[in-house]
Design a protein around this ligand. Structure first.
Ligand SMILES: Cc1cc2nc3c(=O)[nH]c(=O)nc-3n(C[C@H](O)[C@H](O)[C@H](O)COP(=O)(O)OP(=O)(O)OC[C@H]3O[C@@H](n4cnc5c(N)ncnc54)[C@H](O)[C@@H]3O)c2cc1C
Length: 384
């Protein structure tokens, strides 16, 4: 019996890949949520398209169980893992596994703000969160987004297209500070600004106070904003607590080797909770690569995960971005292609080879060419 914990893209992709290879081994998937299959990246593009949470669901748990020929236990939280006895605890119930897969995702970092409205700051990391957000939000209202990373920028773009007044507050000097070089961040900031997003960069929100049905934000500069809703998008951290208590090796994420196996034999991890060969990549393409390789391993054909070049697409249509973060030592070289939004940034090593890139605006049309070029360089370097 294989037990999988988690019904996000990682859990379901793994089972889908496994069933292509093995139609009979019993699989039980346990999930703390309702087990609906949906694409999480759609959460930050759904408002402008007037999508309800139900419209984002591709299949409910019943349908998934039937399609994949597995048992699914919904609204069921695994409380502990007992690796010596090969079982998971669901409260007082013990469930035996032969092999266990952790697809636990990542959890939101809580924003340190003071004030009577601090507990009303929302986060959007799953369908339930999206449902709650949509229920209280209408075009014409004003929203404050804390954080200017990928998720903060995508929500800002979505909400402005959906007819909200949007404020973004972040301590960085530009947007996407951890993902792209500053000049690409400036291009995106300009695109958002031109679309009407009010950026409050180099600032933090110190307090959120309830004022009737609305909220008053006090920024670090003393400026005050009056808004209908506040969301925090300051980042996600791998969900590792249960693995740590169970004695599995945990670093940034649950540590796994190239076969997605944790420090304990027969226990595997993938997706946002996992640190695969030293990297915790919280994106869809890496988890798909892991799902394919792990499915083969579980089906008796051990396969190591191989990550190709996997550019990250930032869904900010006012200034789209594609980025392949730099590998190794080097420096950025920039080129503007006409408009200030259209930037080509190359990350070159000391021998002038491409080791990363960031493209914005119309320059994202070069994605394929740059991806191929980067893959060729990487393949050349990894040759003996
Ligand atoms: C708004 C947003 C937009 C994004 N856009 C993009 C994008 O454009 N491109 C991209 O590549 N990536 C994007 N990402 C990231 C991508 O969506 C994630 O990397 C991916 O969905 C993670 O899937 P997962 O299955 O690892 O985790 P999750 O989807 O978080 O699933 C975790 C599962 O584990 C379950 N669980 C946790 N603990 C327990 C427990 N103790 N017992 C039982 N069940 C448990 C949960 O209920 C859930 O079913 C975005 C993320 C967000 C939040």
């Amino acid at each position: 019996m294989i037990v999988v914990i988690g019904s996000g893209l990682a859990g379901y992709s793994l089972v889908r890949e496994f069933r292509k290879l093995d139609k009979t081994t019993p699989v039980t998937l346990i999930t703390a949520d309702d087990g609906a299959s949906y694409s999480k990246p759609m959460l930050s593009t759904g408002f402008a398209k007037s999508k309800t949470a139900d419209q984002l669901v591709m299949a409910n748990a019943g349908k998934m169980a039937e399609q994949l020929a597995i048992d699914i236990r919904v609204n069921t939280r695994v409380t502990a893992i007992d690796t010596p006895n090969r079982c998971v605890q669901i409260g007082s119930e013990s469930l035996h596994y032969d092999r266990l897969v952790l697809a636990l995702g990542a959890e939101v970092r809580h924003v340190p703000v003071a004030g009577s409205g601090a507990d009303a700051v929302q986060t959007v990391n799953d369908l339930q969160d999206y449902r709650a957000l949509r229920a209280g939000l209408q075009a014409g209202q004003t929203i404050a987004i804390l954080g200017a990373g990928l998720i903060g920028c995508e929500f800002a773009n979505d909400f402005i297209l959906g007819g909200l007044t949007v404020h973004v507050i972040a301590p960085s000097e530009t947007v996407l500070p951890l993902l792209v070089p500053p000049c690409v961040g400036q291009a995106v900031a300009r695109g958002l600004n031109d679309a009407g997003v009010q950026l409050h960069l180099g600032q933090t929100a110190n307090a959120v106070e309830r004022v009737g049905e609305r909220y008053a934000l006090t920024l670090s500069t003393g400026e005050r904003l009056s808004v209908d809703c506040v969301i925090s998008a300051i980042g996600l951290q791998p969900r590792v607590a249960m693995a740590r208590v169970a004695g599995l090796a945990v670093n940034q994420g649950i540590v796994v080797d190239a076969h997605c196996q944790t420090s304990v034999e027969g226990v595997y991890a993938l997706g946002d909770c996992a640190e695969v060969a030293g990297q915790n990549l919280q994106y869809v393409l890496p988890l798909m690569a892991c799902a394919k390789a792990l499915a083969r391993t579980l089906a008796g054909q051990p396969e190591a995960v191989h990550y190709p070049v996997m550019p990250v697409v930032v869904k900010t249509p006012v200034c789209p971005v594609v980025v392949a973060p730099p590998e190794g030592e080097g420096h950025w070289v920039f080129e503007s292609e006409g408009s200030p939004l259209d930037v080509v940034a190359r990350f070159l090593d000391s021998e002038g080879r491409l080791r990363g890139f960031a493209l914005s605006g119309v320059s994202v049309s070069h994605k394929q060419t740059f991806t191929q070029q980067l893959q060729t360089v990487r393949d050349g370097i990894s040759q003996p």
